[in-house]
Design a protein around this ligand. Sequence first.
Ligand code: SF4
Length: 334
Amino acid sequence: MTLLDIQHLTVDFATKHGLLTAITDVSLSIKAGETVCLVGESGSGKTVASKSIMRLIDYENGVISKGNILLDGVDLTALSQEQIRLLRGKKMAMVFQEPMAAFDPVFTIGSQIVGNIVQHKRVSKQAATQQSIQLLERVGIPEAELRMRQYPNELSGGMLQRAMIAMALSCEPELLIADEPTTAMDVTIQAQILQLLQELKAEYKMSILLITHDMGIAAQLADRIVVMYAGRVMEQASAVQLFEQPYHPYTKALLQSILTLEGSRDKRLYSIEGAIPSLAELPEGCRFHPRCSYATEQCVRFNPPLHEINGREVACWHAEELVKTEWGAQRHHL
Ligand code: SF4
């Protein structure tokens, strides 16, 4: 069953340079219980896509100019902020890279989680307090009752990240959006948080939309992967398909960038030559063409539509021939 269905989403932002289109014609869906990873470099539009679902772009001069976002059949683009506020937390929740963004520094951790539960569920404050303590314990926070009385700045980064996950789960959302949830963490804490997310997904029977620039994390968690570049979807495929055989040159470059770096699991994507274009100066034709070693005249002039090839979707004029001729024999093993 499809839980989230984003159809042809285009989002504009009002800036001092005029209206800039951050994402164009983005379509993706998430089934119940599925983990979908949105991957790409910074500036690819993955955070804008995720914030559009929560309608957080409304607070950043963003506007959904085209498309629909259906959550369980309800079009989120047609709802008022008040209606969205009622859905946030209950049907969908978000965890961020920076946990301080999720908490108000002047209230205790406990009062914020309890407040969230009381707001969305018809339970007493006492019951909500009990649930909050259990949740903090479940996400691995020791001395949960003590932590309830502490302020956000009194918790370590890793602990606050766990508390944010507890708050996001406090109303048992069907969809959890996690935006680079482990980027600022050391490797050990990162592995623990990813493990926790996997366990909680199964326990709460949630779907997860995970935003990451780290293909290693995507390989670990994703059922399906959506690759974005300069505001467009370049490739969508099952994780197995994509890692075994990327079809889009950008996906190929992303995979190569982690495989060729020392230790083969470096988180950065700096080995792709060139830079992602600015939204104000997007190239004509295929947006990846200035960085693509396979670009032809057709690529420079015409934008390739996302189309189905062998059970996946790819936006590249030459994907099929490249896979057959240039790199078909190569396989990736993460
Ligand atoms: Fe490269 Fe052309 Fe494919 Fe774009 S359409 S990724 S420029 S080969």
